[in-house]
Design a protein. Structure first.
Length: 95
């Protein structure tokens, strides 16, 4: 079975100060500061353009492939029969 992975911003919690710049720069409102930390609240509408990455003054964001079930016409996608180790760890951490 092939899994679908979307390129989305991921927050490095140890660097995030919850300033909200990422959410302000995202044209689709995908990121928000929740309880003092940035959170990807709308991964389904993320277009993978990474404007949030350059907005973060603390370098707390990076783009990574995450397993998602969403509209595949929005953003950058890749398919794999088995996910990379990083994507597999992210999927396990989300559950």
């Amino acid at each position: 079975m092939r899994a679908a992975f979307k390129l989305v911003p991921c927050v490095r919690r140890e660097y995030c100060l919850g300033c909200g710049f990422c959410g302000m720069m995202c044209p689709h409102g995908c990121l928000e500061a929740v309880d003092g930390i940035g959170v990807l609240v709308r991964p389904d509408v993320c277009t993978s353009e990474a404007s949030c990455i350059s907005a973060c003054p603390h370098r707390a964001l990076h783009m990574d492939w995450a397993p998602l079930d969403a509209d595949r016409s929005i953003g950058q996608w890749r398919w794999a029969s088995s996910p990379s180790r990083r994507a597999a760890r992210a999927a396990l951490a989300a559950n």
